[in-house]
Write a protein that binds this ligand. Structure first.
Ligand SMILES: [Zn+2]
Ligand SMILES: [Zn+2]
Length: 123
């Protein structure tokens, strides 16, 4: 499928490597632009500049949800890492409590028994 690169406007064939952009260079710019956008947003709400080490975390893990209520500033990489590590820990508990299960056919984790409804998923 041919699509247009959002960064340079070039037409290119979409493949598994180039999801959004025509080149690695454009892809880096694309993610940087995206990142700067929500960093700016949180800077405005905090009324200060973010430090270089500070990392913005998406609380509901949806990297496209840049509402301030979904953003949290971690002071550094290791504190941000803790946030993600704590999810993995929770997953272990959820697996033990059979709240989630691994689907061997699809190769993914799923909620056990409950039909996931993405459209209604709100935090
Ligand atoms: Zn491009
Ligand atoms: Zn994060």
């Amino acid at each position: 499928m041919e699509i247009i690169c959002p960064i340079c406007g070039k037409r290119f064939t979409k493949n598994s490597v180039n999801h959004h952009c025509c080149s690695v260079k454009c892809r880096d710019r694309y993610y940087n632009d995206k990142r700067n956008k929500y960093r700016k947003k949180i800077e405005n709400s905090l009324r200060r500049k973010l430090e270089k080490e500070e990392i913005v975390h998406h609380i509901n893990l949806d990297k496209n949800d840049h509402r301030c209520s979904n953003l949290w500033v971690a002071s550094n990489r290791s504190i941000h890492g803790n946030a993600h590590a704590s999810i993995n820990k929770l997953i272990k508990s959820l697996l033990a409590a059979k709240q989630i299960k691994f689907n061997r056919i699809k190769g993914i984790y799923e909620l056990n028994g409950i039909q996931e409804n993405r459209g209604d998923f709100q935090i």
